[in-house]
Design a protein around this ligand. Sequence first.
Ligand SMILES: Cc1cc2nc3c(=O)[nH]c(=O)nc-3n(C[C@H](O)[C@H](O)[C@H](O)COP(=O)(O)OP(=O)(O)OC[C@H]3O[C@@H](n4cnc5c(N)ncnc54)[C@H](O)[C@@H]3O)c2cc1C
Length: 465
Amino acid sequence: MLWTTLGFLLMTALIAVWHVRRSAKSAAPRCPRCHTVVPAGATRCTGCSAPLQAYEVVEAKEATGEEEGGGGRPHAIVRADLCVGCSTCVDACPEEGALRMHGKLAVVDMALCVGHGDCARACPVSAIVVTTGGSVQRVEVPRIDVNFQSNVEGLYIVGELGGRGLIKNAINEGRLAVEHVVATLLTRAERNDDPYDLAIVGSGPAGLSAGLEAKRQGLRYVLLEQGSLADSIRKYPRHKLLLAEPISVPLYGDLWISDATKEALLKAWEAIIETTGLQVRTESRVEDVRRHDQFFELVVGEETLRAQRVILAMGRRGTPRRLGVPGEEGDQVFYDIVEMEAFAGRRVLVVGGGDSAIESALGLCNQEGCRVVLSYRGEGFRRVKPRNLEKLEKAVAEQRLIVLLQSEVRRIHRDRVELEFQGTLREMPNDDVIIRIGGEPPSSFLGKVGVEMVNKDIPLVGSEV
Ligand SMILES: Cc1cc2nc3c(=O)[nH]c(=O)nc-3n(C[C@H](O)[C@H](O)[C@H](O)COP(=O)(O)OP(=O)(O)OC[C@H]3O[C@@H](n4cnc5c(N)ncnc54)[C@H](O)[C@@H]3O)c2cc1C
């Protein structure tokens, strides 16, 4: 009897220990890609080397029910995982001391922050959220899995288009997606071009990283870019300092990144492309992607290309509508304004008749020494918010802004523009041109190719005092 009881107790203890071990093991953090158990706080998987932070949005809970509100006083939260430390928010905040830099991180002083939100609007990498105490940020993102494959099988989404900013994240995701393409591609293309193994859309950091990995793995690939190489970054303000954040995230890809000016970064990338022989087809806008039997068809102007797999690395700036005039490819031409201050002291022509053109012109005429002319081919601003029209009329009355209605740009030169105005062609000394005449946002492109969007709740890891 005693032995039976002891035997029974021993068995129970062993089962209990086994159970505890098993639940501890199942609770242990695992790599979302290869399921290896990883040490708590690890930044890279010890099994497949994947940078674990890459799965932050993919692994985030799908949002259900009402957005969580704290009901507290509105205040800003800086997402420590996204802040690059550029201090644009500090300059934008009207409350002295409410935001300050702590090394490379912007920190909110809760006692001084009143929740204006100017900081969030100014932040180039969307790292700031104004909340009333909620612990999550609700974001709408494409439905993708841990391999960055969307609900459309064989179609991948990487970089900022997938909902997460920052150059390093884009580089990491580009490579991770190609590794899955390589692992799942049953047959490789016989000949060089039709169909390709892989088509990559966009030559920003995500697309270039994917291209470098595709080349390294010997895939038949085509890399298509609507503008020039790394067009979004090329359009950033001159000498813009780009910061290789987050430092804690390991780089997983062959594309170089370090704190550098935009010019130095682009030069380094051009050198890598030259050395590796990576082929980038610029001025090749992908207008549509359709699934056809086991292939994808990509519409690029008059051409239709076929590929077994597609990676969309198109960023979130979409495809701006162009004027189609000579000189428009110059680096003094912008389709978006990411930092108003960069235009202080410049002669700027803004083109367009909608709210975004008026808001750009109004923002620019607040910059020290900035001379602003707003050119619109229409007879008047019909489709704009009344308050924008009011502000515009006030700025014109105060001679802070010149409006040229019924005018059209005919040619853009480095130091002047040719404008058709009141029936005559005139030349106007000018430095920069901002074209805001609409465009196709990435969300409508994704909708067109069948990608589903989901709401996700991203836990907010803020930096407040
Ligand atoms: C002002 C500013 C400062 C920033 N500073 C930093 C920083 O310091 N550090 C940092 O890490 N991040 C910074 N970022 C964010 C960073 O630039 C982005 O997160 C990163 O560029 C995203 O890379 P991506 O490859 O996903 O997209 P993008 O770089 O946007 O590239 C997408 C490419 O796809 C092309 N494309 C789009 N549609 C099509 C189409 N239909 N056909 C063909 N091509 C297409 C575009 O022309 C573009 O070249 C900053 C952003 C801004 C705006």
